[in-house]
Design a binder for this molecule. Structure first.
Ligand SMILES: NC(=O)c1ccc[n+]([C@@H]2O[C@H](COP(=O)([O-])OP(=O)(O)OC[C@H]3O[C@@H](n4cnc5c(N)ncnc54)[C@H](O)[C@@H]3O)[C@@H](O)[C@H]2O)c1
Length: 291
């Protein structure tokens, strides 16, 4: 199946990055959101990020201009639905996602493939509420989308081979690499990464090391480019906690118990970089450890 038009629902952090890479790869993109302000910000950010790629000589000015001309931003979800491939990248709440797939239903073309960029919600469950579970797939980009090489493709129980292969061809055309994952809680990357972060928080909680020594140990001792606590602040501590809860609930194993200290930071509203405080305090010139 040939895909040339892409509908993206949700123009936040991930939606704008997905629109950026799709337009640059030559796809015609319809980006929709319920919030005009989110759409305006997304288009401005895509422009800024494309400009940066031009100034670094990664793309030409012509490539930037034609990518921008291929993106249409709209409040009308119907326009995103009438495409070859829809990627839902809205807020990580299951009820929101079900509602979006319901609103899209009357506007889909018979061959439209439906996908979700969810980090943790069951693909099989999302698919079961649509009219086309066999044409439904998890299309999980990493953040920031223009920079990260990996896309996880997650098959629901009913996903057919043609759908999987058509999406694999899109990943290839983006110049990215796909890892296939089965539909179990948190898929592959977050299943491994987030418990490691949770363990780093336990190490802090139990006083084995402080923030600086834990990050230093993993950077120099395990050759990680970022320490686990620094990384947690980048991802967002609320997101890390939500993923631990999905693992704990979905796999019913105590090894996924969220660390009480992680819960405490989230309760304090210290969510990491986005709130300027997490395991580090970002309000000054240099990040300062909070423990
Ligand atoms: N942030 C990450 O690091 C990351 C990484 C991979 C996957 N994801 C997943 O991507 C999805 C989006 O995450 P994000 O970080 O971009 O969130 P975000 O909060 O930055 O953006 C969400 C957008 O969805 C819009 N939205 C909400 N309800 C909507 C509706 N009914 N119709 C259309 N748009 C609606 C909001 O207005 C907002 O612009 C989530 O499922 C998340 O789990 C996030």
């Amino acid at each position: 199946m040939d895909i040339s038009t892409i509908g993206i629902v949700g123009a936040g952090q991930m939606g704008n990055g997905i629109a950026h890479v799709m337009a640059l790869a030559g796809y015609s993109v319809t980006l929709s959101d319920v919030d005009q302000d989110a759409l305006d910000k997304a288009v401005a950010l895509i422009e800024k990020n494309l400009d940066r790629q031009v100034s670094r000589e990664k793309i030409s000015a012509e490539e930037r201009d034609s990518a921008l001309s291929r993106i249409t931003a709209t409040l009308d979800i119907a326009k995103a639905g009438a495409t070859d491939l829809v990627i839902e990248a809205a807020t990580e709440q299951e009820a929101v996602k079900h509602k979006i797939f319901e609103s899209l239903a009357p506007h889909l073309l018979p061959h439209t493939i439906l996908t979700s960029n969810t980090s943790s919600i069951s693909i099989t469950r999302l698919a079961s509420r649509t009219d086309r579970p066999e044409k439904f797939l998890g299309f999980h980009f990493m953040n920031p989308v223009p920079v990260m090489q990996l896309v996880e493709l997650i098959r629901g129980i009913a996903t057919d081979k043609e759908t999987y292969e058509a999406c694999m061809a899109v990943v290839d055309r983006l110049g990215k690499t796909a890892a296939s994952a089965e539909d179990f809680p948190a898929f592959i990357v977050n299943r491994i990464l987030v418990p490691m972060i949770n363990e780093a928080v336990y190490t802090l909680y139990e006083g084995v090391g402080n923030v600086r020594s834990i990050d230093l140990a993993m950077k120099l001792g395990a050759n990680h480019p970022m320490g686990p606590l620094e990384l947690a602040d980048f991802i967002g501590l609320d997101t890390c906690l939500a993923i631990m809860n999905v693992l704990h609930d979905g796999l019913a194993d105590t090894k996924y118990r969220p660390c009480p200290l992680l819960t405490k930071y989230v309760e304090a509203g210290w969510l990491g970089r986005k709130t300027k405080r997490g395991f580090y305090d970002y309000r000054g010139d240099e990040p300062v450890p909070t423990r």
